[in-house]
Design a protein around this ligand. Structure first.
Ligand code: PMP
Length: 364
């Protein structure tokens, strides 16, 4: 028997339930992995950026990477037109979400986020022994006034994903600017823009402009989505240099490895690939949403590369889809027990999903 004392934060921690890997499902259900379609983790169905693939050939991995990621930060800084001192890199943007909590929160303080916003926000707050204040969602999206009213003297951080995962909802730049003006400057606001690059042209904007206006704002981005590098684990934050300095004090020295640094730096300017990925998503998201609507399935109109839809007995439907070789994501972890989320894939993968869903929704 283990006799080590375990703190409450560990005993009450709930682990993240990730999308199931293809091999895992194949093993369990006796399916051929080659026939399985995974649309569960909002990855890029076109694969990785070709520029990134080229950039990692022949790297000498006997040496430690640059702990300050000089080249990668310079490329990111140029991309956002800021000084490199405004950039912090992380092992995926998940790392930055945790670093903000580690740097600014402590027991007795709280972090505010919306119901149905990215679950890692709550984990980050919980893991440092601080308190989560979860504000009821408005129509499955962020209730900005609700978030403002939830701020107390003990609030240190506030988290918003824009677009939000898993709902795909979006806070407009105008609403965001007015919201940020009302947040007390002593509260760190993390705006998670993991899906920013998928925003349709008319909604396109770079949240890092807020960082220039509000030194308490941190914007995070990831290489896991449009750049196709989820397996490498690399993301970044743009923030006031003082905020960056606090996060840097706590991060692992080599939190972004050599391969990830080289690939990310090359992917950021792989404009053809980014455009191709964006266009594929735009067309296929519209097709999938249209088909769901035609099937009478209600969904939340999405601004990202996935769509959340409502079906009775969602877990049973998810199970039937798995048996048909289509992996998508149940939303029970969010308390959305009647909802499933599907990532937008290649045209043929989306067709497979829609056909399988039609079958899975037949009365048994
Ligand atoms: N933020 C949001 C809103 C996400 O959906 C995800 C990935 N599911 C992440 C952050 C984390 O991505 P990564 O750690 O791969 O950068």
């Amino acid at each position: 028997m283990l006799s080590v004392p375990v703190p409450k934060k560990t005993l009450t921690a709930s682990p993240y339930v990730a999308g199931r890997p293809i091999d895992d499902v194949a093993r369990e259900l006796g399916l051929d992995p080659a026939t399985i379609v995974k649309l569960a983790s909002n990855e890029n169905p076109l694969g990785m950026s070709p520029h990134a693939a080229k950039a990692i050939i022949g790297l000498d991995l006997a040496r430690y990477p640059d702990s300050n990621a000089h080249h990668l930060k310079a490329v990111i800084a140029a991309h956002h037109n800021v000084d490199p001192s405004w950039v912090t890199v992380g092992t995926g943007s998940e790392n930055l979400i945790h670093l903000v909590a580690q740097a600014f929160l402590e027991p007795g303080k709280n972090g505010v986020s919306s119901q149905y916003s990215f679950i890692v926000f709550q984990q980050a707050v919980h893991n440092v022994g601080a308190t989560n204040v979860v504000v009821p969602a408005d129509n499955l999206g962020n209730d900005l006034n609700g978030l403002l009213s939830a701020i107390t003297e003990d609030t240190v951080a506030l988290y918003i994903a824009n677009p939000n995962n898993p709902t795909g909802t979006f806070v407009t730049p105008v609403a965001m600017a007015s919201f940020l003006e009302q947040v007390p400057s002593r509260v760190i606001v993390l705006i998670d823009e993991a899906y920013n690059e998928f925003l349709p042209e008319e909604h396109r904007f770079d949240g890092t402009q807020y960082v220039q206006m509000f030194p308490n704002v941190v914007v995070t981005r990831t290489f896991s989505k449009v750049y196709g590098l989820a397996g490498l684990r690399v993301g970044y934050a743009v923030s006031h240099p003082q905020v960056a300095d606090y996060m840097n004090r706590l991060r692992f020295v080599f939190n972004v490895n050599e391969v990830a640094q080289a690939a990310a730096a090359a992917a950021l300017t792989d404009y053809d690939f980014i455009k191709q990925s964006y266009e594929l998503n735009l067309t296929e998201l519209a097709r999938v949403q249209g088909a769901l609507g035609a099937m009478g399935v209600s969904f939340v109109p999405s601004m990202a590369n996935f769509v959340m839809f409502n079906v009775p007995e969602a877990l049973a439907v998810n199970d039937r889809l798995l048996r048909l070789g289509v992996i998508i994501r149940p939303m029970a972890m969010y308390g959305l027990t009647d909802w499933l989320r599907v990532s937008i894939g290649l045209p043929e993968e989306n067709t497979r999903f829609l056909e399988a869903l039609t079958t899975a929704l037949q009365p048994v």
